[in-house]
Write a protein that binds this ligand. Structure first.
Ligand SMILES: *[C@@H]1O[C@H](CO)[C@@H](O)[C@H](O)[C@H]1NC(C)=O
Ligand SMILES: *[C@@H]1O[C@H](CO)[C@@H](O)[C@H](O)[C@H]1NC(C)=O
Ligand SMILES: *[C@@H]1O[C@H](CO)[C@@H](O)[C@H](O)[C@H]1NC(C)=O
Ligand SMILES: *[C@@H]1O[C@H](CO)[C@@H](O)[C@H](O)[C@H]1NC(C)=O
Ligand SMILES: *[C@@H]1O[C@H](CO)[C@@H](O)[C@H](O)[C@H]1NC(C)=O
Ligand SMILES: *[C@@H]1O[C@H](CO)[C@@H](O)[C@H](O)[C@H]1NC(C)=O
Length: 365
């Protein structure tokens, strides 16, 4: 009697062991919502469209050098999931986020910026976020690596399983969230260092359309790339510049009066239209869409992404455009002027500096 009862118990236990989901020593935790949507958990990172902030650090409503109204924390809260930044070697030896040159616009250290990103990501554990660093001064990967280490972002960083990754090789958002490696950092040059494998070379993994365009037709032509574009993710630079005449110099700056059109879901010159044009050309939507002053259009840029992702439009309210600010209260960066990106050139011309200072005088007056 006792024996049979015990063996029945053993049989039950062994049955339990085979069928119960609770036997694993460390229970599996599976994200059920990824970047706001359950549908995105099973989707490859390479199969999702994200909205990005062009010059995420360049904040200020009236400064010609600014590309955003709100700081990175607000950007992330409102739905921005790629943070594009220009990294410069500052005179104090640290990396600062500057526009064209730190003499023209200095938004402070990469360290402070990444500390804000880390706080937001800690508070939002089901979000995958990308950073795109423009390494203007060709700094060594180790310079960036040490800032990632000191801000605690290394354990959160995704390390690719191969270099480069094809679009379909990227893991699902759900698996990145489950593994806790949900920060994806690309760098335009200098990232190829095995000691810092979380700094991922941009080109080879992503190709880009032209940036700083003044033509609102927004060509989808491949402008910068390395490797096989048919296998890579791609990024569209959907921000429009206009040339302002400053003392006889043509100075490019964001075309703010066109933002409602540029950021719109549809119509000539809109984000939705460029995405549609690029889909027609490449049979796949852009993975990353960089915009200026993302909140103009009342969230239209996020609606475009949701539509491309085949999910419902987001329902959160976002920060309003800062239409009417004064220069003293609006800019968080110390700045004396404007200018275009000069990305890839790695140097600033005397003319650019001169016009930058002229714009600076013009802006603060
Ligand atoms: C992801 O895959 C779906 C289904 O094939 C497709 O409709 C969608 O356009 C893809 N998105 C991206 C960004 O590749
Ligand atoms: C970022 O902006 C928000 C308002 O949008 C503000 O509450 C917050 O203090 C700012 N954070 C920093 C670090 O400046
Ligand atoms: C990365 O560096 C290695 C040597 O350090 C080199 O062989 C390889 O071609 C580089 N790859 C890229 C994409 O630059
Ligand atoms: C990239 O775009 C810029 C601006 O439109 C253009 O001047 C340049 O020739 C383009 N480069 C390539 C390789 O297409
Ligand atoms: C953009 O749209 C908002 C809301 O509809 C409006 O308040 C704002 O004046 C518009 N701005 C421009 C530049 O058209
Ligand atoms: C612009 O600023 C003026 C003066 O501060 C204020 O009266 C007006 O309501 C503001 N307009 C907007 C659209 O914020």
């Amino acid at each position: 009697m006792l024996f049979s009862s015990l063996s029945a118990q053993a049989a039950l236990l062994s049955l339990f062991a085979v069928t119960s989901p609770y036997v694993s020593a460390t229970p599996l935790k599976r994200a059920s919502v990824c970047n706001g949507y359950s549908e995105l958990c099973s989707r490859s990172f390479g199969n999702v469209t994200f909205v990005g902030a062009h010059d995420s650090y360049a904040v200020g409503a009236t400064n010609l050098a600014a590309n955003q109204d709100y700081n990175v924390t607000q950007q992330l809260t409102d739905g921005i999931r790629m943070l594009q930044n220009q990294a410069h070697s500052a005179s104090d030896g640290s990396i600062h986020l500057c526009h064209t040159d730190c003499l023209l616009y200095d938004a402070g250290t990469l360290q402070d910026y990444l500390t804000s990103v880390k706080s937001w990501m800690d508070a939002n554990p089901n979000e995958v976020v990308s950073i795109l660093l423009v390494n203007i001064n060709n700094l060594a990967a180790s310079s960036f690596g040490s800032v990632f280490q000191s801000t605690g972002l290394v354990p959160m960083s995704y390390v690719p399983t191969s270099t480069p990754m094809t679009t379909s090789q990227w893991p699902s958002l759900g698996s990145m969230i489950d593994a806790g490696t949900r920060l994806v950092t690309f760098m335009d040059n200098g990232a190829n260092d095995t000691n810092f494998p979380f700094l991922i070379p941009e080109f080879g993994n992503i190709w880009e359309t032209a940036f700083d365009v003044t033509d609102p037709s927004f060509s989808c032509a491949i402008n910068r790339s390395q490797g096989d574009t048919s296998q890579q993710m791609y990024l569209i630079n959907h921000f429009l510049d206009a040339t302002t005449d400053i003392a006889g110099f043509g100075v490019p700056a964001p075309a703010k009066d066109q933002l409602n059109v540029t950021n719109a879901q549809s119509g000539p010159g809109s984000l939705g239209q460029q995405a549609a044009d690029c889909i027609a050309q490449y049979s796949a939507p852009p993975n990353f869409m960089l915009v200026d002053f993302y909140e103009y259009g009342q969230g239209s840029v996020f609606d475009v992404a949701a539509n491309l992702n085949g999910v419902a439009a987001p329902t959160n309210s976002i920060a309003p455009p800062i239409i009417n600010a004064t220069s003293s209260s609006s800019s968080s960066g110390s700045s004396s002027g404007a200018l275009t990106d000069f990305r890839g050139s790695g140097r600033v011309t005397g003319l650019a500096l001169f016009t930058g200072f002229l714009v600076g005088i013009w802006t603060v007056s």
